[in-house]
Write a protein that binds this ligand. Structure first.
Ligand code: 6R9
Length: 572
């Protein structure tokens, strides 16, 4: 029988009683113990009597399905770790995962951690240039990839004397192998029931995630094995994951969501996860939910808006009655999207807010709490989250005033360094607060309301306008599928607002429509926030994780350098 009680029944009581010790005790961890994420997600679950429970249900692009129990995961990750150890990969070395969402990506991630290596997942869609910037910075010594991505790796091999091993998961023609290439054949390799798991402790480095900054080179946020404490308990309290759930996180592990909540958190809870290694279409996604009876679904606003664009007909063709909890991450979730999901799925998307650097959720909506559409929710219990002044960076406690989101360090999943870049790391801290670089306000009830990233806020005649309110207003218009607001130069006001809009199918751009949209949002926005111009575009520039890159649009308006665009998904 499904347990209908939520994992937490009162937010306020949980905040009062919370301590990270609760998570430590549930996981059987005591300070000073060995703690290894690979072990926590496989062997520990098997020891707890769930060896033959499904851990992973994987579906490929042809619709083929593979299933793995926690015991399969335990043995396969042992075997891959053993294979890498035999090659000569040692603890602390960086091992890059450069693959589509194939099972070996998930297995390789946990195997690397069992070996004590620092795993470095990168989007398989990256080109050679984006790849080498990140491998060069980390001086990565091994890369696990697929045959289809090998040309990109071969292209840069001559510039990477530090790269000792290229491990190919599906290479079938060994005569092409060069000295440094190895085949990982999990169908035929020797299976290891036992592997000497690296005795990592809390502060041992685990994952290295590259985030794309506004300018300059991407920064590598380095995490530690202790992060599993946060990822476990946030998955339980915020995503409400339970024993019987079939959970689907749509994120790619090249992005932090795909590892913190697409690998570590759910498996540390012993929950069955689904993975779909196929492109996005509304039809594909709904079929996937129906076929695998997904109960908890964690996705991103860009995807949700893409589903909204497709309309309700696709939903009606599928039985989505298995769904019981929806959550969102990565971008501001506009109120319209929340209301839509309630209408079409019978439940709201619960927004969550966090970053690569925070490693786990910072602010979110909880199943036991009233959702205010358009708000990110409240701080995770045990985390002190507040606002600091935009200019002085001094902490303040005033309702409804916009400031920079700040978190008091001390939660387990926080990043411990930017790889090779202590200065950039130190810049993130002021008066004992970690500054997230995003602006928000807090209302009378303690809910956080997103305004915009520091870099995206528009300064018009000395007034600061956040793009999110403008974009939310635009998205309420029935013709608008996607929107972005940026500042464009203006002689009098310094900047004025310009909006970019992509239309839903069936709508044609025209001067009339522009005027109609303008009139529609005029009723919702303050005069300062009103765009002076709306430009229709086919799509907006986005990162591979689905974030709108406003700075690309902005740079065009100002005739400036675009900066680092290695994570850009679509050509403009
Ligand atoms: C997990 C992840 C982090 C940045 C963050 C903020 C934006 C994330 C959001 C949100 C508004 C939300 N962001 N969640 N903005 N509402 N619920 O996305 O990590 O790729 O490092 O991005 O994404 O600007 O600072 P990362």
């Amino acid at each position: 029988m499904f347990n209908f009680m939520h994992n937490i029944s009162s937010y306020d009581d949980t905040v009062k009683d919370f301590s990270w010790k609760i998570a430590e005790e549930e996981l059987g961890y005591k300070p000073g113990d060995v703690i290894n994420i690979g072990e926590y997600c496989t062997d520990r679950i098997c020891r707890n009597g769930k060896a033959y429970k499904l851990a992973l249900i994987w579906q490929g692009h042809k619709g083929e399905v593979k299933k793995y129990t926690f015991n399969d995961m335990r043995i396969l990750t042992n075997s891959i770790a053993g294979y890498m150890k035999n090659l000569g990969i040692t603890p602390g070395e960086r091992v890059c995962l450069f693959m589509d969402k194939v099972p070996e990506l998930y297995l390789g991630f946990l195997a690397g951690l069992k070996l004590g290596a620092i795993v470095q997942p990168l989007f398989s869609a990256f080109g050679s240039e984006s790849l080498i910037t990140r491998l060069e910075d980390a001086k990565t010594s091994a890369i696990i990839t697929q045959k289809k991505h090998l040309p990109k790796v071969r292209n840069i091999m001559k510039d990477m004397d530090y790269m000792k091993y290229v491990i190919v998961v599906d290479e079938t023609d060994p005569t092409h192998l060069r000295e440094r290439e190895y085949i990982l054949d999990i169908e035929n390799m020797e299976m290891l029931d036992k592997f000497d798991i690296y005795p990592s402790t809390a502060e041992t480095p685990s994952v290295l995630h590259y985030t794309s900054g506004t300018t300059g080179k991407p920064k590598g946020a380095q995490h530690v094995h202790y992060s599993v404490i946060s990822q476990y308990i946030t998955s339980k309290y915020s995503l409400d994951l339970k024993e019987q759930d079939i959970y689907w996180c749509t994120a790619d592990p090249g992005w932090v969501t795909g590892t913190s909540y697409g690998i570590i958190g759910p498996w540390a809870n012993g929950v069955t996860q689904c993975v779909m290694d196929a492109g996005f279409t509304a039809e594909n996604w709904y079929s996937f939910i129906e076929r695998h009876r997904v109960t908890v679904w964690y996705s991103a606003p860009t995807a949700i808006r893409a589903l909204m664009k497709e309309g309700e007909a696709a939903i009606k063709r599928h039985d989505l009655s298995s769904l019981r909890y929806l959550a969102s991450i990565g971008e501001p979730l506009n109120a319209e999207a929340v209301l839509w999901s309630e209408k079409v799925f019978g439940m709201k998307f619960h927004d969550t807010y966090w970053q690569t650097e925070t490693g786990s959720m910072v602010v979110s909506n909880y199943p036991c709490m009233k959702v205010k559409p358009g708000s990110m929710g409240k701080p995770f219990p045990g985390m002190e989250v507040g606002l600091v002044d935009i200019k002085t960076h001094k902490y303040f406690d005033k309702k409804g005033v916009v400031g920079v989101i700040a978190v008091r360090p001390g939660w387990p999943a926080m990043f411990r360094a930017y790889w090779n870049n202590p200065d950039k790391y130190n810049e993130k801290f002021v008066d004992g607060w970690y500054l997230c670089g995003d602006r928000a306000s807090i209302d009378e009830d303690g809910y956080f309301w997103f305004v915009g990233r520091d870099d995206d806020v528009i300064n018009t005649a000395g007034h600061l306008v956040g793009p999110f309110e403008i974009e939310s207003a635009l998205l309420e218009h029935p013709a608008v599928a996607e929107s972005a607001a940026v500042g464009k130069p203006d002689q009098i006001n310094m900047e004025v607002v310009k909006a970019f809009v992509a239309l839903k199918p069936g709508f044609e751009e025209s001067k009339m429509l522009e005027l109609e949209i303008m009139n529609f949002i005029r009723k919702k926005l303050s005069p300062l926030a009103m765009p002076q111009e709306v430009e229709f575009v086919d799509s907006l520039p986005k990162t591979r994780s689905g974030k709108i890159m406003r700075r690309v649009l902005r740079a065009k308006e100002w005739g400036e350098e675009i900066g680092d665009i290695s994570t850009l998904e679509n050509d403009m």
